[in-house]
Design a protein. Structure first.
Length: 364
């Protein structure tokens, strides 16, 4: 089976703000300083954010290391949460001592601050170009664009390998779970409910063809198709060992089901803890390579502007598309009784999914 890493997408939120690092201290015993650090974000000052936390915390909160003002606040917070996933104890709290903050965390956030300042304009232009139709022209790349294209290809190949390693560890944990319900503090099977679904065929049988035609609406929107044209080699070529391990991890996997819900909540064995820790460490590499892809991609898309393609590197077709189709919202407004009578019960009542805690609530 071929393995493909998902293409990195433009982050949804591109606003600047503060990334803070908060630690706790006992008011009555100043020597009692908490081992955990909260990595969070705020658009306001960090002092205001600390004051908000303080109302529900009997311990004094203070900055464990200076906060950083970065251009892509939301992505920056997510990047740090993934980068230090192996130290995440719960929520936004991480097991980080002062020495580690200075030697490992500080360089990462300082470098991220510099890199984001350099490319934030490209990301915001990328967002603006989402609403700009392409003009149909293709042009050859400049020397700089050729370099950015190679940067993207290299980063995407590395992302492919990193994502395969991450997914291998996830699959191994799924195998360890088997038919049980959860591995405590590592993963669990979640049950969801299926709702009755609207059936257009049932609705059509309750109204006349003329009434059905009234339920059509015509809209014009910009159709977008973005393709990076050189993603490099496939996983089997890049790293046959990783490909073999991934394929082996897929063997015998089954989808979660109602059987899991009656299974046990397992106490994690050392093997399970080791596999979880390996998964958390793999999350770092995936995020680092994703960010490298995005930086190169943003520069290329800014350079592409309203052109259709930079030859051999990136193609972004954006063109107005007018279509007439059945509009459920309009159908409900016009024929509410018939609409409400057109829902059919689901074939199965529940859905089942595998969820990971993405934390380490144990000593490694």
């Amino acid at each position: 089976m071929a393995f493909t890493a998902p293409a990195p997408k433009l982050p949804k939120a591109l606003k600047p703000g503060w990334i803070y690092f908060i630690r706790e201290q006992d008011y009555l015993d100043p020597t009692d300083i908490g081992r955990y650090v909260k990595i969070g974000l705020t658009k306001r000052t960090v002092q205001i954010r600390i004051a908000e936390h303080q109302t529900g915390n009997p311990r004094r909160e203070f900055e464990a290391t200076p906060s950083s003002y970065i251009e892509l606040m939301d992505y920056g917070e997510t990047f740090l949460h993934h980068y230090f996933a192996a130290d995440r104890i719960g929520g936004e709290w991480f097991d980080l001592d002062d020495a580690f903050l200075a030697s490992d965390v500080r360089p990462v956030i300082d470098n991220l601050e510099i890199e984001m300042a350099a490319v934030a304009g490209s990301f915001r232009r990328w967002k603006e170009l989402n609403d700009v139709a392409s003009n149909g022209t293709t042009r050859p790349p400049t020397a700089a664009e050729t370099g950015w294209g190679q940067d993207f290809t290299t980063a995407y190949e590395e992302l492919t390998v990193a994502k395969a390693i991450l997914d291998t560890h996830k699959n191994n944990l799924r195998t360890m779970l088997g038919n049980d319900k959860a591995i405590e503090n590592i993963m669990y099977i979640q049950q969801g409910n299926r709702n009755p679904a609207f059936s257009k065929s049932v609705f059509e049988g309750l109204i006349t063809p003329a009434q059905l035609a009234q339920c059509d609406s015509t809209t014009t929107s910009l159709s977008r198709s973005l393709k990076m044209l050189n993603k490099g080699q496939d996983l089997a070529t890049l790293n046959p060992t990783v490909k073999q391990a991934f394929d082996a991890s897929e063997t015998g996997l089954t989808s979660p089901s109602a059987t899991n819900m009656s299974g046990a909540i397992l106490s994690p064995t050392q093997a399970m803890k080791d596999e979880n820790l390996a998964m958390l460490n793999a999350m770092r590499e995936v995020k680092v390579k994703e960010w490298a892809c995005l930086k190169a991609q943003a520069k290329l898309i800014e350079a592409l502007d309203d052109h259709l393609e930079i030859e051999g590197i990136v193609r972004w077709k954006r063109e107005p598309k007018t279509e007439t189709k059945f509009d459920k919202k309009l159908a409900k407004e016009l024929f509410e009784t018939e609409y409400n009578a057109s829902f059919t019960p689901p074939a199965t009542l529940h859905t089942y999914s595998t969820e990971f805690d993405y934390m380490r609530k144990y000593n490694p």
